[in-house]
Ligand binder design. Structure first.
Ligand code: ADP
Length: 459
C-alpha cells in the first residue's frame, strides 16, 4: 500500500510538472502571437538605423563600425553586389542563405527572417543561431551597395540572465519539493497518530492520548475521536458494572435457595421450619423471576423494536385499578392515600404505562414511613397530561436524585436496607417515558418526601 505521504508528494510533483508544461505552451503561444512580431520590428528598426548611419557617414570605416557593433551584442553578415561577404561577431551555426534572398535585399527589400523563421512552434526558434534567422536591410556606403543581415547575439545578451533564470528555476523547484516534504509530514502526522489510536481502541485500550493541537478539520476529528474514546470507555465500564450487578443479583438468591434446600434435606425437620424454608425458597424464586422479567423488559425497551402498542385509554381508570390492587399493602403500612383523578384519555401503550405507575406507586409505598401519606393527581397542561406521585416518605438527597435512574442503583442506607428491590424499576420507568416522548421530574427532600411527576403528550 502506498502511504498517503508518498501519494501526496507524487501528486504535488505531478502538479508541478503539469503546470510547468502548461505554462511552457502558454508562453510559447504568447511568443508566437505577440513577441515574435515585436522582436522582428525592433531588430528591423535597429538594422535600418545602422544602415542610415553608414549611409550618412561615407568616410567612416564600415568594417570598423560593424566590428564595433558586433562587440555590443550583434552577429552581422555583410555582402556586396559581387557576393563578397564578411561576418562580424560570433559565428553563425548554419550559414545557409539563398542567393535570391541576398538579391532581394540588394534590390532594396527588407528581409524578415526573424518573423518567418521556419515553423518552429517553440520559443526555442528565437535562439536558432542561423543566418536565415536574421533581419536583412539594404545598406549604401560610399556609393557602394550592400546587403546587411543582423541578429542579436543571444549568447552575449542573455548569458548572465540565463544563469540567473536557471538558478531561480532550479531553486524554486528544489525549495518547493523540500517544503512539500515538510508540510506533507505535518499534514499526514495526525492521520498516522489517529490510525494508531484507532488500532489501540480496537484492542480495547480506551485511554488513548492524542497530542494533536490544531484548529483545522484534523484537530476537530482528533477531538471527536478522544470524545468517542472516553464515551466508549464509559459504556464499557457501565457494561462491566451491569454484568457484575446481574451476576450478584442472580447469585445471592441462588445461594439462598441452595442453602435452604440443603436444610430441607435434613431428617427430622419440624414441619414448622420446613414451611418457613419453603416460603424463603419461593420468595427467592419470585425475586429471580421479577429480575429476569425486568431485564427482558429493559432489553426490549433498549432495542426499541416496535414494542409500543399505542391506543387511547383512560389513565385515571388505570391508576384507580392500581390503587385497588395495592390497597392491602397501603393499609398494612398505615399509609394515608388520597387522590384527585379526573377521567383523562391519552394515547399510549397501556401495558407499559401501567408498569410506570406500578413502579412509582410501589416505590412510594416501599420508601414511605409508618403512617405516612401518598397523594396521586392528574392534571392537564397545554397538550400534555401530568401525573404526580407525592409521598411523605424518607426522601432523597441531591446526589441520590442524580443517580436513581441508573440501572441497579439503590440508595443504601439503614432505612432502605430491608426494602426489597433490584434497582431496575426507575430505569425501566424512564425508558418507557422516553419512548412516549414524555419526561419525568423529581423533587425530593430527605426525611420530608418525594414528588415524581410524569409529563406525557396527550396524543
Ligand atoms: P428499587 O427496585 O430498588 O426500588 P428503583 O429503580 O425503583 O429500584 O429505585 C431506585 C432507588 O431510588 C431505590 O432503591 C430507592 O433508594 C430510591 N427511590 C425510588 N423511589 C423513591 C421514593 N419514592 N422515595 C425515596 N426513595 C426512592
Amino acid at each position: 500500500m502506498k502511504s498517503l505521504y508518498f501519494k501526496f508528494i507524487m501528486l504535488t510533483i505531478g502538479i508541478m510538472l503539469l503546470s510547468g508544461m502548461l505554462s511552457f505552451f502558454i508562453s510559447n503561444t504568447y511568443y508566437q502571437q505577440k513577441l515574435k512580431p515585436f522582436n522582428d520590428a525592433k531588430n528591423t528598426q535597429i538594422a535600418l538605423d545602422i544602415a542610415e548611419f553608414a549611409e550618412k557617414h561615407p568616410t567612416t570605416d564600415l568594417k570598423d563600425y560593424l566590428e564595433n557593433l558586433s562587440f555590443i551584442g550583434y552577429q552581422l553578415y555583410l555582402v556586396d553586389t559581387s557576393r563578397k561577404s564578411t561576418y562580424f561577431g560570433a559565428d553563425f551555426r548554419v550559414k545557409e542563405l539563398p542567393n535570391s534572398t541576398i538579391d532581394q535585399v540588394l534590390n532594396n527589400e527588407i528581409y524578415h527572417g526573424l518573423l518567418h523563421f521556419p515553423q518552429e512552434t517553440f520559443v526555442t526558434g528565437f535562439f536558432a543561431n542561423e543566418l536565415r534567422n536574421t533581419i536583412g536591410v539594404p545598406l549604401t556606403h560610399d556609393n557602394k551597395q550592400y546587403a546587411l543581415f543582423l541578429r542579436p547575439d543571444i549568447k552575449l545578451l542573455f548569458n548572465e540572465m540565463h544563469i540567473l533564470f536557471g538558478w531561480l528555476f532550479a531553486l524554486t523547484i528544489i525549495l518547493s519539493i523540500l517544503m512539500v516534504l515538510i508540510s506533507t509530514k505535518y499534514l499526514v502526522q495526525p492521520i498516522t497518530k489517529l490510525t494508531k489510536a484507532t488500532n489501540s481502541l480496537a484492542e480495547g485500550k480506551f485511554n488513548v492520548e492524542l497530542d494533536i493541537n490544531r484548529n483545522d478539520e484534523l484537530g476537530k476529528l482528533a477531538k471527536s475521536f478522544s470524545h468517542m474514546a472516553s464515551q466508549l470507555e464509559q459504556f464499557d465500564d457501565i457494561r462491566k458494572e451491569f454484568i457484575s450487578n446481574i451476576s450478584h443479583d442472580i447469585q445471592s438468591p441462588l445461594s439462598n435457595i441452595k442453602g435452604y434446600t440443603n436444610l430441607l434435606g435434613k431428617d427430622e425437620l419440624p414441619s414448622e421450619d420446613k414451611e418457613k424454608y419453603i416460603a424463603v425458597i419461593n420468595g427467592e424464586i419470585e425475586r429471580l423471576s421479577t429480575l429476569t422479567k425486568q431485564l427482558l423488559l429493559l432489553s426490549s425497551l433498549d432495542q426499541n423494536e416496535d414494542i409500543m402498542k399505542k391506543k387511547s385509554f383512560n389513565v385515571a381508570e388505570q391508576l384507580k385499578e392500581l390503587v385497588r390492587q395495592y390497597q392491602w399493602a397501603i393499609g398494612e403500612k398505615g399509609i394515608m392515600l388520597s387522590y384527585s383523578l379526573p377521567d383523562f384519555e391519552i394515547v399510549g401503550d397501556p401495558l407499559l404505562l401501567n408498569t410506570v405507575w406500578d413502579n412509582l406507586l410501589t416505590n412510594a409505598i416501599k420508601y414511605n414511613k409508618e403512617n405516612g401519606s401518598i397523594d396521586l393527581a392528574i392534571a392537564k397542561k397545554d397538550s400534555s397530561v401530568i401525573v404526580t406521585f407525592q409521598d411523605k416518605g424518607i426522601g432523597l438527597s441531591k446526589n441520590e436524585i442524580d443517580r436513581i435512574f441508573d440501572r441497579f442503583y439503590r440508595v443504601d442506607t439503614s432505612r432502605t436496607h430491608s426494602v426489597e428491590g433490584s434497582g431496575l424499576g426507575l430505569s425501566i420507568v424512564s425508558s418507557i417515558i422516553k419512548l412516549h416522548n414524555g419526561k419525568i421530574d423529581v423533587i425530593s427532600e430527605e426525611n420530608k418526601g418525594t414528588i415524581f411527576s410524569v409529563t406525557l403528550p396527550i396524543q
